[in-house]
Design a protein around this ligand. Structure first.
Ligand SMILES: NC(=O)c1ccc[n+]([C@@H]2O[C@H](COP(=O)([O-])OP(=O)(O)OC[C@H]3O[C@@H](n4cnc5c(N)ncnc54)[C@H](O)[C@@H]3O)[C@@H](O)[C@H]2O)c1
Length: 321
């Protein structure tokens, strides 16, 4: 793959702290370092922080950036031994520790005490309502959820969810920073469980399990329907734009023509019924027949390479349009 130009250094991104260096934290480190920030990484397990620069080097090189660029990006990352060191002089902190409300609450009390007053405190939290760990914090106004999708360095969407007293200016600044690192923020106006993305995903997965339970299609054919069919369009546009383009006179005509059919299908969908044991068994056995557990790592690498190529094609097309 050819050398790719890095984004120019983003304003306000001089020093970023990444707290928690598991699957999500180390991918965030890649995002910020690629954007030119100096990134301090801290984890309660010092070995997890220590290995981040090497893992970022591997991730960047695997995406085709070339050895020199990968080294330059990884070089911007410094593992540190304490929360205080990580937050010293930071303008933005991205926390990615385990999804545990008591752990996050304790950590935010601490982060709020030691972070500079101007530092935005953002959590990768995917399911806990922000009020439960940010509500009542002395610095609640500068705290929010910035929820990514895995892996953040390849899926450029971030859901911003305010705590009850997050300042509007902080939401704006967090949005600007997310854009500056090459990602796209969306605002979740009410803290509904699952926010936007995971709710939509839950509706699709629950209905997919229902189709398997009813014997309508095999798990393989349902995956193909999404990846080769719906997903091809969804990589470019959401359901509303899809409807707008699927009728000569746009979405109003589409809704008029097909609203009744969607209402009828809606009555037959099963997004609330839970997964049957039989459907669970069929889906697991289909996946394991397709890829052995020990080969999942190789398949993830393939996914990441393919996502990088797709991102680059879509970016070129967006620039052209
Ligand atoms: N994995 C995903 O697909 C995904 C996607 C989006 C958001 N998230 C969210 O991101 C967060 C992290 O998820 P993950 O999958 O990376 O978890 P993970 O278990 O891979 O990593 C968590 C890391 O936090 C560290 N840690 C625990 N307590 C700590 C503390 N007090 N201080 C510093 N480090 C500490 C752990 O040692 C570990 O390395 C969660 O809130 C999760 O809901 C995960």
């Amino acid at each position: 793959m050819s050398e790719i130009t890095l984004p120019t250094k983003a304003p306000g991104l001089d020093n970023v702290a990444v707290i928690g260096c598991g699957v999500i934290g180390r991918s965030w480190a890649t995002v910020f370092a690629r954007a030119g920030a100096k990134v301090r990484v801290y984890d309660a397990r010092s070995d997890a922080a220590a290995t981040v620069p090497d893992k970022v080097f591997d991730a960047v090189e695997a995406l085709g950036y070339g050895e020199e660029t990968a080294r330059e990006v990884a070089h911007r990352i410094s593992p540190v031994q304490s929360l205080e060191e990580a937050l010293d002089g930071a303008g933005y902190a991205q926390e990615s520790v385990a999804e545990d409300v008591a752990l996050k609450r304790r950590l935010y009390e601490e982060m709020d005490k030691v972070a500079p007053a101007s530092c935005i405190l953002a959590s990768s939290c995917s399911s806990i309502p922000p009020a439960e760990f940010l509500g009542g914090l002395a610095g609640e106004r500068r705290a929010l959820i910035a929820h990514p999708f895995n892996p953040p360095h390849l899926i450029p969407l971030v859901e911003l969810v305010p705590a009850p007293r997050t300042a509007d200016a902080i939401l704006d600044d967090a949005g600007a920073l997310i854009r500056a690192v090459g990602m796209v923020p969306v605002n979740v106006r009410k803290p509904f469980p699952g926010f936007i993305g995971n709710r939509l995903q839950a509706a699709v997965i629950n209905e997919a399990m229902h189709l398997v339970a009813e014997g309508v299609a095999s798990p393989e054919d349902i995956d193909v329907t999404l990846s080769i069919g719906l997903g091809r369009r969804w990589a470019l546009m959401g359901p509303f734009e899809t409807m707008d383009l699927n009728a000569d006179q746009g979405i109003a005509e589409y809704m008029n023509k097909f609203g009744g059919a969607y209402a009828a299908m809606g009555k037959e969908l099963c997004v609330t019924g839970g997964w049957s044991d039989e459907a669970i068994g069929k889906v697991i056995s289909a996946r394991r027949n397709n890829v052995a557990v020990e080969d999942l790592g190789a398949r993830r690498s393939w996914r990441d390479r393919a996502l990088a190529m797709l991102n680059s094609l879509i970016e070129k097309e967006v620039t052209r349009s």
